[in-house]
Design a protein around this ligand. Sequence first.
Ligand code: ATP
Ligand code: MG
Length: 553
Amino acid sequence: MSKSEPLVSSNFIRTIISEDLDSGKRDRVVTRFPPEPNGYLHIGHAKSFGLNFSLAEDFNGCCHLRFDDTNPIKEDDEYVEAIKADVRWLGFDWGEHLHFASDYFDQLYLWAVQLIKAGKAYVDSQSADQMRENRGTLTQAGVDSPYRERSVAENLELFEQMKNGDFPDGSHILRAKIDMSSPNMNLRDPAMYRIMHTNHHRTGDKWCIYPMYDFAHGQGDSIEGVTYSICTLEFEDHRPLYDWFIKELDIFAPQQVEFARLNLSYTVMSKRKLLQLVKDNHVSGWDDPRMPTLVGMRRRGYPPEAIRTFCERIGVGKGASWIELSVLEECVREQLNKTAFRRQAVLNPLKVTITNYPTDKVEQLDAPNHPQQPELGTRKLPFSSELYIDRDDFMEEPPKKFFRLGPGREVRLRNAYIIKCEEVIKDGNGEVVELKCSADLDTLGKNPVGRKVKGIIHWVSAGQAKKVEVRLYDRLFNQENPDKATNYLDALNPESITMTTALVEPELLHAAPGTTIQFERVGYFTVDSKDSQLQHPVFNRTVTLRDAWAKLK
Ligand code: ATP
Ligand code: MG
């Protein structure tokens, strides 16, 4: 094993880096995550920054956080702060390397001037329509702009006037002078600078010309000494342009490496669409627990470890990758199963009266917080003669395999006694409203020999249970690929949220916002961090215990 070989599961990018380090082509690893601060991060971004930060960790390098803030119209400090919080939440640290593309505006301007002087860039004054027309198509070469042969002196003067604010938006642009007949459209004299009389979230009104992504990105990488500029596949065709600028400017050359973006079933990931969901109130905000954003997932109760595991598990490749949402949900369950405290809660109550238990007695039973981890301690669980169980745990005419309660049948109450259903009480409409049961008070924490009771059900004590608000979430979209619908909004799942209540053990009234609990036999629930109030927790269903959609398919 060579010294540069990492201990984690490999992927083709790790292989490239290992080879470069071994051959001496590179002597260190610097990566970066370059979000545009025009929206909140989603799970696809997590794949990208998870990859960049873990590569840096694995190879003892560093990963920079660089905001690609070259389009002031859509960018905002609110997004900058949210993005920083999300990256930290997943456990990554950029150290001193917080950067902004806008930090480089002065240098980029000087480099643009350098290219003009070298005859490699010119000011074009065609209208946007003319420019589009003259660009040609994939099958047809473009046509040179009538302004392409402007003298260096004229270009320098015009570019300076552009910078000084002498021209209105859209009247001129600075273009690289490459090749209007290149088969790669990106090399057909791509735009480098445009005029935009817009305030910038960091540079204010200093600039009225802004560099295009393609002119800012690679140069930012170079300034920071980034060795591997890892991006998604749609930038593959931009790589020749990335390399062209670096070569013409004769500056440090990072290597661009592309990988396939993450697509998740039942989810949209375009920021434009996510913004529309928010603006048009299809969801309650960027942090709505149904959103694929990291703030949404955090509020829903997804643990950061689960998201990291997910990103590792799905791997990194070149082929288009569609991942089932259930893979993410399984990672969430795995993590929560290890850490979440167990509590009892009944969502759909049916009254049970224990006929042989004193009506004025309340017993405090000891119940473990986590059955597999006794070191996590116990809590007191009140038991009395009046209880609630879940309606689904009783059937009047149960089939053979139903191990829960039925007339004359026995079941164990979780953390308490074995009970037997002696009588079924119905209302005038024939609906079951109460069960009268006897309890075997000799069965606390033990099964008497020779007695087989298979079923265990959860319950709460009626007098001590508290009623809380519960929000049951389901997938936001009910089609596997919402982008395939004529309009993705048509694929919204009308049942993505159900508001209901639950009766919970009293203990849960004090659960802190953000805490995730397993309601035994029901699912994982997280105390909402926004809408909960003292003594009035609101519970978000984080994930069910089993994959309900797998059965449907
Ligand atoms: P837009 O939809 O506005 O183009 P974007 O999702 O590409 O936005 P950026 O802020 O430019 O947003 O993304 C930052 C980084 O995250 C980029 O390197 C981008 O390639 C990567 N990224 C975005 N979406 C995904 C995804 N679904 N899977 C993997 N990486 C992604
Ligand atoms: Mg982008």
